[in-house]
Design a protein around this ligand. Structure first.
Ligand code: C2E
Ligand code: CA
Ligand code: CA
Length: 667
């Protein structure tokens, strides 16, 4: 019963807010609860009457046999009749007991007790009277002893056995003993009077024993009942999220198992995995209490849009899951869109307006999987794609996603090990002065030589490193290596290192770079950090602090991939960039033409005015070099000059240049 109530809670979370309020909400008072308890205890006590039917059978067989033997010894017809009556009652009781199982809810406790009582009393009375009859008619001693001993033994034994119901226990004892005692007194012999007195004394003694047994039995049943209820409650708590009152991970698993058991060929289900975008910022900026209230509010809204029979769960920090039956894919799309709208609707917490966005991954049964695990995997994958695809989106699973994931998981596992195993190295690509043709800078580009997969491009593993946070360790390693190698180059050659936004926002980011410079003994002026526009759109505060701290010691900043992102000129004005790198799509992309040429010209003109270097990326042909030079770029980078090369080749390029210079000087 506890189980089914719990399920209904899971399925309709919006209607059952918090556990603590449950009793009051259902309107059950303390008294009703204790009555329910005693009703259950009573039921268990009555059930104990029906337990161990073998002891009843043995009692009945012994008694009936004694009556038959007595009848045979004495030759008294009355005793044959008594044996027959006892047999009929015994058979009737067995039949009734077989027909009335205490396990069946259909048989009320009262009717079970009544049927037992009738049988028990009539058998006891018949037996007591038969024994009394042998005394009254002065039968042979062996007959009297056989029947009296039998009746007393039965009465005492059965009263202990049935102590679970005191009325029955005492009634049976009285009905067997009293007729015998009365018969003893009727005869009036001193011996019989003594026997009668003994039997009467036996009654209060047995009642006291039966009462004791009853108390112990009742208390232990009540205790077991209490601990069962406690265990039920603990189970509900263990499956409930304290912040939102929704199911937690364990609760979701339980509900999913239950739902999956009821699934047939026609069932359709949707699993929507919801991840609040950048919720950490809400916690960091406004504090955890506000964060918790937002989560509770989200929980309420999700419960509101989840169809009946669905489950809403909170799955870790800022992730939620809606799991519900659907009629078709269209309905799943509708629910997902409702979920999205509900979360986007601004929150009001303490009068403050707050906006939250979410990414959603959706998987469907049976389309994407037939078991809960597969559905979870598919929704997780779809969510991952939603987040990578720019957040704030809904993605339905499709099979191409799994291939990506397998590769991503492999990379994730191996990336940490790769750092230790020396599988990563840094290559250097020159950035050349378009006027003189001389190398001004080398851009450090990381390479991963995987023992099985071969060379992996940074585009494949940098996003994974960012996603998993490995980028911080990886980035520090790259900066340290690059600085160490750059320190061996001529003074005027600088090194450019790419930085991910995540790396910059990590605590102690600036310190990590300062340490790398110090350990390599590289002048901070020779380090240039390449950052992309996305950095400024996402976060301003820590980025500004980072740029300021490093600019102060002379580190320079370049704006990478310019033209691919938001291309707001605002931050070019507010941050001290010394260089703008025009993305290679303007040089060699599919849409290169008059428009891109005009853009390069405008950027170059702005650079010249502001005293910034303008680099054209991705130069592969002499024509492209000429074009960007004409457009006003002063630096160039691309395969036309050189691909990214290992450190010894970079050193060789520099040595060649110096030789050339020396030759020119001597000429
Ligand atoms: P990016 O910063 O724009 O780096 C330039 C990319 O363009 C490099 O690819 C380079 O090999 C490639 N490239 C250079 N010249 C040409 C050319 O003439 N034609 C063509 N088609 N491509 C050219 P790579 O090394 O695969 O790096 C890709 C991206 O990975 C980089 O783009 C950068 O965003 C990221 N990345 C590379 N190394 C690092 C690193 O150490 N740290 C971080 N955070 N990101 C890195
Ligand atoms: Ca770059
Ligand atoms: Ca670039």
């Amino acid at each position: 019963m506890g189980e089914s109530r719990f399920l209904s809670k899971l399925r309709a979370p919006s209607r059952v807010p918090l556990l603590g309020a449950r009793g009051a909400q259902n309107g059950t008072t303390g008294r009703e609860r204790s009555d329910q308890l005693s009703e259950r205890v009573q039921r268990m006590l009555v059930t104990s009457l029906y337990a161990q039917p073998s002891s009843l059978a043995i009692g009945a067989i012994a008694t009936v046999s004694a009556a038959i033997v007595s009848a045979w010894i004495s030759g008294m017809t009355e005793l044959y009749v008594a044996a027959a009556i006892l047999t009929i009652i015994a058979v009737a009781r067995v039949t009734a007991a077989l027909g009335m199982s205490p396990d069946s809810e259909n048989n009320s406790t009262a009717s079970l007790e009544f049927v037992y009582e009738i049988g028990a009393f009539s058998f006891a009375l018949a037996l007591g009277c038969t024994a009394a009859f042998t005394i009254l008619t002065g039968m042979q001693t062996q007959v009297e002893v056989l029947m009296v001993a039998n009746a007393l033994g039965y009465g005492i034994g059965v009263s202990a056995r049935n102590a679970g119901r005191l009325t029955i226990s005492i009634g049976q004892l009285g009905l067997t003993c009293v007729p015998i005692a009365l018969a003893c007194f009727w005869i009036g012999d001193i011996g019989f009077i003594a026997l009668g007195v003994t039997i009467l004394l036996l009654i209060p003694a047995m009642i006291s024993i039966a009462k004791n047994i009853f108390n112990v039995l009742r208390d232990s049943i009540a205790a077991a009942e209490t601990s069962r209820k406690l265990a039920d409650k603990m189970q509900v708590l263990a499956r409930t999220d304290v912040v939102t009152g929704l199911a937690n991970r364990a609760g979701l698993n339980h509900a999913m198992v239950e739902t999956m058991m009821g699934v047939d060929d026609t069932s359709q289900l949707a699993l929507i995995w919801i991840d609040l975008d950048r919720f950490k910022e809400v916690n960091d900026l406004l504090g955890h209490p506000v964060g918790d209230r937002v989560l509770s509010e989200v929980a309420k809204r999700l419960s509101g849009v989840t169809p009946d029979g669905g489950t809403v769960a909170r799955f870790g920090g800022d992730e939620f899951i809606v799991f519900c039956p659907i009629a078709d894919r269209k309905q799943a799309e509708m629910i997902a869109s409702e979920v999205h709208c509900e979360i986007m609707r601004p929150f009001r917490i303490d009068g403050e307006r707050l906006e939250v966005r979410a990414s959603l991954g959706v998987s469907l049964l049976p389309e994407h999987g037939k078991d809960a695990d597969t559905l979870m995997q598919c929704a997780d994958l779809a969510l991952y794609h939603a987040k990578v695809g720019g957040r704030g989106q809904t993605c339905f699973f499709n099979s191409s996603m799994s291939r990506d994931l397998v590769r991503r998981r492999e990379i994730e596992d191996e990336l940490r090990a790769a750092l230790q195993r020396d599988e990563l190295s840094i290559f250097f690509q020159p950035i050349v002065d378009l006027e003189t043709g001389k190398i001004k800078t080398f851009e450090a580009l990381v390479r991963w030589f995987h023992p099985e997969k071969g060379e992996l491009r940074p585009d494949e593993f940098i996003p994974v490193a960012e996603e998993t946070g490995v980028i911080v360790t990886l980035g520090n390693w790259i900066t340290a290596q690059a600085a160490r190698i750059a320190a061996t180059w001529p003074e005027e050659v600088t090194i450019a290192v790419n930085l991910s936004p995540l790396q910059i926002r990590a605590p102690g980011a600036a310190l990590g770079i300062k340490n790398a410079l110090r350990e390599a003994g590289l002048d901070p002026k020779r380090l240039e950090l390449e950052v992309t526009e996305s950095l400024f759109v996402e976060d301003n505060h820590s980025t500004a602090a980072f740029i300021e701290e490093l600019s102060e010691i002379g580190v320079r900043f370049a704006l990478d991939d310019f033209g691919t992102g938001y291309s707001s000129l605002g931050y070019i004005n507010s941050f001290p960039f010394s260089k703008i790198k025009v993305d290679r799509s303007f040089v060699s992309g599919a849409h290169v033409g008059r428009k891109s040429d005009a853009i390069i010209r405008a950027v170059a003109e702005m650079g010249n005015t502001l005293g910034m270097d303008i680099v054209a990326e991705g130069l592969e042909t002499i024509e492209q070099v000429q074009a960007v030079k004409d457009a006003g770029c002063n630096l160039g980078q691309g395969y036309y000059f050189s691909r990214a090369v290992p450190d010894y080749l970079a050193a060789m390029l520099l040595a060649q240049e110096r030789e050339q210079d020396e030759r020119q000087a001597s000429a």
